[in-house]
Design a protein around this ligand. Structure first.
Ligand SMILES: Nc1nc2c(c(=O)[nH]1)N[C@H]1C(S)=C(S)[C@@H](COP(=O)(O)OP(=O)(O)OC[C@H]3O[C@@H](n4cnc5c(=O)[nH]c(N)nc54)[C@H](O)[C@@H]3O)O[C@H]1N2
Ligand SMILES: Nc1nc2c(c(=O)[nH]1)N[C@H]1C(S)=C(S)[C@@H](COP(=O)(O)OP(=O)(O)OC[C@H]3O[C@@H](n4cnc5c(=O)[nH]c(N)nc54)[C@H](O)[C@@H]3O)O[C@H]1N2
Ligand code: SF4
Ligand SMILES: [Mo]
Length: 671
């Protein structure tokens, strides 16, 4: 059979949403590469996706439904037919509903696939069932809340504008791991003479792309922004005209907040010398078009929303919002490109049901009452690995009376705890419609290969479950492609005027923002709202992070690795090997003080639990901070617990977000 080349889309939770070329032979994907015609991918992929075919055709793929045959968590199962699996689920759910009500059933899903239809295909079903609802707040709701507090619904400009900047600030983003196509445009800016700053808590691989690296104390970026604004205001480096015409509340900020933030105070909180803060302010104030690329790391703290709100004020002071190459880019918001309500079908809910915050799954499984959670349905998420407070999650999953179904591509740590495991298709085996959160590209993908084994897509499984539960709405009888056709036929504000002709060849199209979209501030006042009368705190202020109160001595960073995406890609041995084991990066002073040598097994611990790592002693991490990159599968963790055994269920100041970075630990040599 000749090789065929088909177009597809990278389904993972990554801002780039790359276009893929998939070479197919005998119904198998044999090679995957970046689509040279995709406006953002421009022909190259990140190291994770270079061998996507090894994930798709991994010997670890699940190929049949499985029924538990051993103790919970033992990973012992026997294969069963789809019919038996689905009818068993329906029967158990009916029992649970009869005894406890439908709210005793909880869906748990996140971002295994980002395609609009597959990702959200459980919503109509669980709304119709009357199940508890999941508040999907694990990623960056605090960042969204903070941005909205100042900028309202103002969209970010095109990400490629960064190439026109003369000062690029990568703030709390490890772009070498999480945004490599953006980093490529940063290099374009550099070639034209731009300076690049990195503001992080340790020297990430992105430091290699920066001219200057500023390491701040975890959770202190709000204080840095206030210190910078203090100097800008004090030295008359603000754009008075822009402020008078387009900003609300600068005078109040200057009078009520900034006097408390001279460089000395900002220095105490951030750990940066006062002279460095002065120099940063001068550099920022003098730049023609400074561009802040704001990551999500700094928003995963008890003060996350306030931090983002404070940083979002900086470009307003120097008048660069709306200026070509300048401003702040937190990511694109493309929610209104499709009529998503047609997928979510909230109207299928008879009455609003209970809402459970996904970061507090441990609490929900162990402590919720009236009704307790008796049925858990996990799809395209791996909570045993990715959810904070791992020990609480595992204790919940181990509850004998909890009926757990997991729909997965692999026998993950979560799937091991299931009563029934259902095999899932990969993105190459299903249709979907994609929109990005780091670009304005949208793309439709058809299945490139037939399903591996007996695997089925999220959409197909919910159709089976709907039929088994006797739901007769025609909605549940349409195919994923029917729904995609409908979404493309329905008008949506952000898609208006977009040329969709590339779709006919499977290519991406680019949403066209109105020419002045990011120059018109879409807030209730029409101005940038430094003072926001609708917020509890009307002005940005300093809020300390949660971890400040924890008794252990070291700040723990739970950072991304280049070679995995959350808990995805651990199935590829080669990618796992590139991480060189589950490492804990430590400063030589901290390691030395505890008698720890490079490569030794160490235990990190705090009030939530402990995890074993291999110490990696490096000056790239400042004293007082330790870094665990990657969200390892317990299967490969040296001590059967991974970094999330050390994270907490505490939430952010706004948005109910996760606080992965806001913890302290102590570390000892393993005895
Ligand atoms: N390779 C790879 N790519 C990924 C992912 C992955 O795990 N690996 N995850 C995907 C997902 S789900 C998301 S949401 C995005 C997230 O991507 P980003 O927006 O980049 O956010 P994070 O990766 O969470 O964190 C970025 C950086 O924040 C830093 N940081 C932590 N605390 C602070 C602080 O207090 N101040 C400052 N200045 N910096 C701080 C961390 O050290 C880290 O380097 O990436 C996606 N892409
Ligand atoms: N310590 C620490 N923890 C973190 C983070 C961190 O930086 N540090 N990052 C957090 C963030 S930002 C996020 S967004 C979350 C992400 O959490 P998750 O969304 O749970 O992310 P993944 O680990 O990618 O797990 C997705 C699972 O979906 C499966 N899957 C993929 N495609 C499909 C499909 O089409 N159907 C089905 N049924 N399954 C599929 C994959 O096999 C994989 O096991 O993790 C969070 N957890
Ligand atoms: S993970 Fe991100 S950078 Fe890598 S191929 Fe997918 S979309 Fe592109
Ligand atoms: Mo995320």
């Amino acid at each position: 059979m000749p090789r065929e080349i088909k177009r597809s889309v990278c389904p993972y939770d990554c801002p780039d949403t790359c276009g893929l070329l998939v070479e197919v032979e005998d119904g198998n994907a044999v090679r995957v590469s970046g689509d040279p015609e995709h406006p953002y991918t421009r022909g190259f992929l990140c190291p994770k996706m270079l061998h996507y075919e090894k994930t798709v055709h991994s010997p670890r793929r699940l190929t049949t439904p499985l029924l538990r045959s051993g103790a919970k968590g033992s990973g012992e199962f026997r294969p069963v037919s789809w019919n038996e699996a689905i009818s068993t689920i329906a029967e158990r759910w009916r029992e649970i509903i009869a005894r406890h009500g439908a709210e005793a059933i909880l869906p748990y899903s996140y971002a295994g696939t980002m395609g609009l239809v597959q990702r959200n295909s459980g919503h109509p079903f669980f709304h119709r069932l009357g199940a508890s609802r999941l508040d999907r707040t694990i990623c960056s709701p605090a960042k969204d809340a903070g941005w909205k507090g100042v900028m309202g619904d103002t969209p970010a400009c095109h990400p490629d504008e960064v190439a026109k900047s003369d000062l690029v600030i990568l703030w709390g983003i490890n772009a070498a791991a999480t945004s490599i196509h953006f980093l490529r445009m940063v290099h374009e800016a550099k070639k034209k003479g731009a300076t690049v700053w990195l503001i992080d808590t340790y020297e990430t691989p992105t430091a290699a792309s920066a001219d200057k690296v500023f390491l701040v104390r975890p959770g202190s970026d709000g204080a840095l922004a206030l210190g910078l604004m203090h100097v800008l205001a004090r030295d008359g480096m603000v754009d008075r005209e822009f402020i008078a015409a387009r900003v609300q509340g600068f005078a109040e900020l200057q009078k009520e907040v900034l006097p408390d933030f001279p460089p000395e105070r900002a220095s105490e909180l951030t750990g940066l010398p006062g002279a460095v803060i002065e120099a940063m302010a001068r550099g920022y104030g003098a730049a023609r078009a400074p561009f802040i690329r704001l990551g999500s790391g700094l928003s995963r703290y008890g003060n996350g929303a306030m931090t983002v709100r404070t940083i979002a004020c900086l470009p307003a002071l120097v008048g660069v919002y709306g200026r070509e190459g300048g401003g702040c880019f937190p990511g694109t918001s493309t929610g209104s490109a499709f009529a998503i309500r047609e997928v979510l079908r909230e109207d299928f809910m008879e009455k609003p049901t209970r809402i459970v915050n996904m970061n507090r799954l441990g609490h929900a499984l162990n402590e919720l009452a009236d009704p307790p959670v008796m049925g858990l349905y996990v799809y395209h998420s791996n909570p045993a690995a990715i959810t904070p407070d791992q020990n609480a999650v595992l204790a919940g999953l181990a509850r004998e009376e909890l009926f757990t179904v997991v729909h997965e591509r692999f026998l993950t740590d979560t799937a091991r705890f299931a009563d029934i495991v259902l095999p899932a298709t990969s993105s190459l085996e299903q249709s979907d419609l994609y929109r990005a959160y780091g670009t304005y590209c949208i793309q439709r993908a058809a299945a490139a290969i037939p399903p591996v084994g007996e695997s089925r897509s999220n959409w197909e499984v919910f159709a089976l479950l709907a039929s088994a539960m006797g739901f007769d709405e025609p909605f549940f009888r349409q195919s994923a492609d029917d729904l995609i056709d409908r979404l493309l036929a329905l008008p949506a504000p952000l898609r208006e005027g977009t040329d969709l002709s590339p779709f006919s060849e499977g290519k991406a199209a680019e949403l066209t923002l109105p020419p002045d979209a990011c120059r018109r501030f879409q807030t209730p006042s029409g101005r940038i709202e430094i003072l926001n009368p609708r917020e509890e705190e009307q002005l940005p202020r300093w809020l300390p992070p949660h971890g400040e109160g924890d008794p252990q001595p070291l700040r723990l960073m739970t950072a991304p690795t280049i070679f995995a995406l959350n808990a995805s890609f651990y199935e590829q041995d080669e990618l796992r090997d590139k991480q060189r084991g589950m490492l804990l990066l430590m400063n030589p002073a901290d390691a030395g003080g505890k008698g720890i040598a490079d490569g030794e097994r160490v235990v990190a611990w705090n009030g939530f639990g402990e995890a074993v790592f291999f110490a990696s002693v490096t000056p790239k991490v400042p004293a007082g901070v330790v870094v665990a990159e990657g969200v390892w599968w317990l299967e490969f963790a040296p001590g059967a617990r991974s970094v999330n055994a050390l994270t907490s269920q505490r939430l952010t100041d706004q948005g109910g977000g996760s606080t992965f970075y806001d913890n302290r630990v102590d570390v000892r040599r393993e005895e």
